[in-house]
Ligand binder design. Structure first.
Ligand SMILES: C[S@@+](CC[C@H](N)C(=O)[O-])C[C@H]1O[C@@H](n2cnc3c(N)ncnc32)[C@H](O)[C@@H]1O
Length: 220
């Protein structure tokens, strides 16, 4: 199933399985977002956040109090659910439907791509377009953070697999050639400043998932 079809379905029928793992990942992402916000702005209240591949707004509660929140996703039903949840939490949000690599430029202090980098690894050009978009959006000194699944061997671009995780994921994904991404990011002025297993941020997280924070260099 395409990721768009799967995540549109998930928006209407939220997952009920893997509750322990999902709770651990929520906590780990909370810590990741807080650290990234402190690095970018000193605290989250000053931070304009751009959530690339935001889904149904799973990370909205972690952004409460931020200066602004913009979400981008290909799954339109997920964005409808995000708006419903934002209204419930009394948070003002903006959203764009479409590929996060093609979103109109939105100036931000913190861009994030959680549990979705694999969807941009079908080709190196797609992932480079995402990095270009990040650099166009994140102000100098701002940050790009996210998560990805680390592989024991360096994967090639375009290595697809069918991911199934309980009722949470059932979609074609692509292995993440992390070293190439770090090099491509570096060439664009994004320096990797934190890179840790998600389980370091919260016990019980999937040990194959890593978290990262890159910082956009200030102009010389
Ligand atoms: C596992 S969910 C993660 C959602 C959210 N970031 C979180 O951590 O809760 C992956 C999301 O990536 C979205 N996605 C996949 N490919 C995308 C693309 N090219 N542009 C924008 N969103 C995409 C899917 O629709 C889905 O909502």
């Amino acid at each position: 199933m395409s990721s768009e079809a799967h995540y549109n379905r998930v928006a209407e029928r939220p997952p009920v399985q893997c509750t322990g793992l999902r709770a651990a990942h929520r906590q780990a992402k909370r810590t990741l977002i807080q650290c990234a916000a402190v690095l970018a702005c000193g605290d989250i209240q000053a931070c304009r956040i751009l959530d690339l591949a935001c889904g149904r707004g799973g990370d909205l509660p972690k952004c409460i109090g931020c200066a602004s929140y913009t979400g981008v996703d290909t799954a339109e039903a997920a964005l409808v659910e995000l708006h419903r949840r934002a209204a419930e939490m009394n948070i003002t949000v903006a959203t764009h439907a479409g590929d996060a690599a093609q979103v109109p430029v939105v100036a931000c202090d913190l861009a994030m791509c959680n549990f979705a980098l694999h969807y941009f690894c079908d080709t190196r050009a797609h992932c480079q377009a995402l990095l270009d978009k990040v650099v166009q959006c994140v102000v100098p000194g701002g940050v790009f953070c996210g998560t990805y699944e680390r592989r024991p061997h360096h994967p090639k671009w375009g290595e697809a697999y069918h991911a199934v995780v309980g009722d949470c994921v059932d979609a074609i994904e692509w292995k993440v050639p992390w070293h190439d991404i770090v090099n491509d990011a570096h060439k664009r002025g994004l320096a990797l400043v934190h890179h840790v297993p998600l389980a370091v941020l919260h016990d019980g997280s999937d040990t194959h998932i890593w978290a990262f924070i890159m910082r956009r260099r200030r102009e010389q």
